[in-house]
Design a protein around this ligand. Structure first.
Ligand SMILES: [Zn+2]
Length: 527
């Protein structure tokens, strides 16, 4: 353990100075009690030193960590931009994964590639004697159909089938930068323990992390740290939606649709009857259950009775039991549709994730560190980009420009009131105490999986959000390495929330990763 590394410095200290990042709009004076004082604003890195008048060893080390991440910032931006250009979809992220691995190797990490049956999955590790094992997660897959120029208008890139509409290019680059900075700090202060960066492919519907969890790659980890790009800075913790993804395939008999339709049995008819049944079912499922589908194959020509059709379903809800029950009902409805049309049906589950198990102990540590780092500050050029893009957001996006410089209030959502998405980090959170955060990599009001998200993820606005995430995660990792009690508390809360009888069973069962799910004719999964 590093000597003298104490509790997080409280940031509520008041006048005569305040912490601020460059570019924040700040008043030159403020009123405090009866005295009107001039306020001097200090950059975050200098702030710690000033907080206690005389800097403690802990303050100095936190300042060092922030500086170490700052040193990585140019490479973070460069890597994020390269991966944005590769725009590789799930399990096909060969170049993106190689680039991140290469950076980690160059920084002295040992890298094991191709873990859990995932050729693009990797674990980079730096071990410095006995101590806690802290993991930082890194994603890097792109989404089909979301290629866009790094411009504030809708400009699809001709010939490019995928784009980083969820910002995973920055996700991977920032997690790696964070890991490299923490390693440098560990070496300098001889901090004991093991730091790992997990390269986790195919987050978007491929459930990449689920196979790593199922196959035991997290079993000796003490705490896992992750983040996600977003349109705000927040370390609020909450549950997510459990999700199950199943493809239904119907097989019929082809025939000339005009000359001999009685000889045919339409697989498309089966899909349509199945979809009608599913849509009637919506009334009779628990509130907040989500059911969505796309027809991924429906025949080729109207004059041929389709002998093959395929429809792809998701069921989602916070409660994974409802998710599974609803999917089981859909499977029976699909059998009914096959009977009704004299066709046959098979189904394949291609993904399944739990609902995230939040950890308040860790969330509060992450929140304190995020507040220390502060939000994102744009140049005049970036602001102009944001203002133009903002006009293209549906209904203005509902969030004001300027909010990217703030940190949202901390909260703990255990019921899922705010849950609207799924993540495969959820499965990690059921085997290891896990903490995540969001950083403002996008123009406020931008939704994930949009061209607006792709655009900002490909330029400096995205990279700046990545630096906020890298710093917050690095400070949190440092807290964990140096405060054994923190890990103990996080584990106690984890055990309490999980319950004594919990046994992890992957929702994907014992299947292998669907490595071809994004390939034409592959098993196919969305996000
Ligand atoms: Zn994402």
């Amino acid at each position: 353990m590093s000597p003298g590394y104490g509790a997080p410095t409280p940031l509520t200290a008041g006048p005569p100075w305040q912490c601020a990042g460059p570019g924040r709009t700040i008043p030159s004076v403020f009123h405090s009690g009866a005295a009107l004082m001039r306020t001097t604003y200090l950059p975050a890195t200098a702030c710690l030193l000033a907080l206690s008048g005389t800097a403690t060893a802990a303050d100095t080390q936190k300042t060092e960590i922030l500086q170490l991440v700052d040193q990585e910032a140019p490479q973070l931006a460069d890597t994020a931009h390269k991966i944005w250009g590769f725009a590789e979809v799930g399990y096909q992220e060969a170049k993106s994964s190689a680039l991140l691995q290469q950076e980690l190797k160059a920084a002295g990490f040992e890298v094991a590639a191709g873990v859990a049956g995932e050729p693009t999955g990797f674990i980079a590790s730096f071990k410095n004697g006995p101590g806690p094992v802290i993991a930082i997660l890194a994603e890097f897959d792109a989404l089909p159909g979301l290629a866009n120029e790094a411009a504030p208008e809708h400009k699809p890139i001709p010939g490019q089938p995928a784009g980083h509409g969820c910002g995973h290019n920055i996700f991977g680059a920032a997690s790696v930068a964070s890991g490299i900075a923490v390693k440098a700090w560990m070496i300098k202060h001889n901090v004991k323990g093991e730091l790992r960066v997990y390269g986790t492919p195919a987050e978007e519907g491929g459930s990449g992390k689920v196979y790593m969890v199922r196959d035991g790659y997290f079993k000796d980890v003490d705490v896992a740290i992750h983040w996600h790009p977003g349109d705000a800075n927040s370390a609020a913790q909450g549950v997510s939606l459990s999700n199950m993804a199943v493809k239904f395939r119907f097989h019929g008999t082809a025939a000339h649709a005009a000359a001999a339709p009685w000889r045919g049995r339409s697989a498309l008819d089966a899909v349509e009857i199945f979809d009608v049944a599913a849509n009637f079912m919506r009334e009779h499922v628990p509130d907040k259950t989500r059911i969505h589908y796309v027809i991924t194959s429906g025949g080729g020509a109207p004059n041929v009775v389709p002998d093959f059709a395929e429809v792809f379903y998701y069921t989602r809800r916070v409660d994974s039991k409802v998710v599974v029950d609803t999917m089981n009902r859909l499977k029976r409805a699909a059998q009914g549709a096959a009977m009704a049309t004299d066709t046959t049906m098979e189904n394949e589950q291609v993904g399944g994730v739990y609902s995230l198990l939040p950890n308040d102990t860790l969330g509060r540590v992450m929140d304190a560190n995020l507040r220390l780092v502060g939000g994102v500050h744009w140049t005049a050029e970036e602001k102009a980009f944001a203002e133009t893009l903002s006009k293209a957001l549906p209904a203005g996006g509902g969030k004001a420009i300027g909010s990217e410089s703030q940190v949202e209030p901390y909260g703990l959502d255990l019921k899922g009131d705010a849950a609207n998405a799924s993540t495969d980090s959820a499965d990690v959170s059921w085997v290891v105490p896990t903490v995540g955060m969001r950083a403002a990599t996008w123009v406020p009001g931008t939704a994930a999986h949009s061209w607006q998200a792709t655009a900002a993820s490909g330029m400096s606005i995205g990279a700046k959000g990545g630096v906020v995430a890298a710093k917050s995660m690095a400070l949190t990792a440092a807290d964990l390495f140096t405060k054994p009690d923190l890990i103990k508390q996080a584990k106690a809360e984890f055990a309490m929330r999980r319950g004594p009888d919990f046994v992890y069973a992957a929702m994907v069962g014992d299947r292998k990763p669907a490595l071809d799910y994004r390939k034409a004719g592959g098993s196919g999964a969305g996000d």
